[in-house]
Design a protein around this ligand. Structure first.
Ligand SMILES: [Zn+2]
Length: 259
């Protein structure tokens, strides 16, 4: 069985995911130090207590997640659930490794790239082969539906089948959708950017009250397909990359979340 030093694994992850390119809401990379040698990792969307318990059950040496810990503006005190999670990780010497925006944006393993595969979206690429994005931060991808055109209802059916979760569809159900923009997770704030980029529909994970009015007043469709549901795929792609590159055990554990 293969193993790798924690510092070498994190170095490789940093080299590939390039966290220095992002102004993120949480630290990327190694967030809590654990064992110095890693044979097995558990991957998940969020470093919740439930995921840590799975990691302990599997005798994993690290958890690698999209939503790690220590978010900007959160209470810095180590009390309550934060203490419980941290104590569990430290007691079992589990490294907690998180990559947030770098794992949304990575051109191959990223949540946006992987969601496109799951939903048969065809990203637009520029001459350098990079995804054509819109909006501030360059995290919203643009592309077309694979079949060329779908009604909003048909796109909704496809999403519910692929993500196994009923999406919230806002807009004329018979509207023809050709060009789409998408950004996984809580990216409803970029709906306007998607509209300005000419998208017939914008797909993201969550919704806010004002997106309804924006959809009504512009005619663009808005689809909220689930924060968790849209962000399950990047971390799995990363896990497969770790298996290919290092031959360590890497297991994705889904902790279902209706949001
Ligand atoms: Zn997220």
């Amino acid at each position: 069985m293969s193993e790798i030093f924690t510092q070498d694994l994190v170095k490789w992850l940093d080299e590939n995911l390039k966290p220095h390119l992002y102004q993120d809401y949480a630290p990327n990379g190694l967030q809590v130090q654990g064992k110095s040698l890693i044979k097995k990792v558990i991957l998940g969307v969020t470093a919740s207590q439930a995921l840590l318990e799975k990691a302990i059950e599997h005798r994993a040496d690290a958890v690698i997640v999209h939503h790690g810990w220590f978010w900007k503006n959160e209470d810095v005190r180590i009390v309550g659930t934060k203490y419980q999670r941290l104590a569990l990780a430290i007691r079992h010497e589990i490294n907690v490794i998180g990559y947030h925006l770098p794992l949304d944006a990575h051109p191959e393993w990223g949540n946006n790239a992987q969601l496109a595969k799951v939903l048969d979206l065809q990203p637009f690429y520029d001459e350098q082969g990079l995804p054509q994005t819109c909006g501030k931060g360059g995290l919203v991808w643009t592309g077309s539906v694979a079949s060329g055109e779908l009604t909003l209802t048909e796109l909704g059916v496809l999403i519910s089948q692929r993500l196994e979760r009923e999406p919230l569809l806002i807009g004329d159900k018979n509207k023809k959708i050709k060009k789409v923009a998408w950004c996984t997770g809580g990216a409803q704030g970029w709906f306007q950017d998607a509209i300005e980029a000419g998208a017939d529909a914008y797909i993201t994970g969550e919704a806010s009250e004002q997106v309804f009015h924006l959809a009504q007043e512009t005619g663009a469709a808005f689809i909220s397909a689930g924060h968790h549901a849209t962000e399950r795929y990047g971390i799995q792609a990363l896990g497969n990359a770790l298996i290919d590159r290092f031959g360590i055990e890497a297991l994705f554990v889904d902790i279902p979340n209706p949001v």
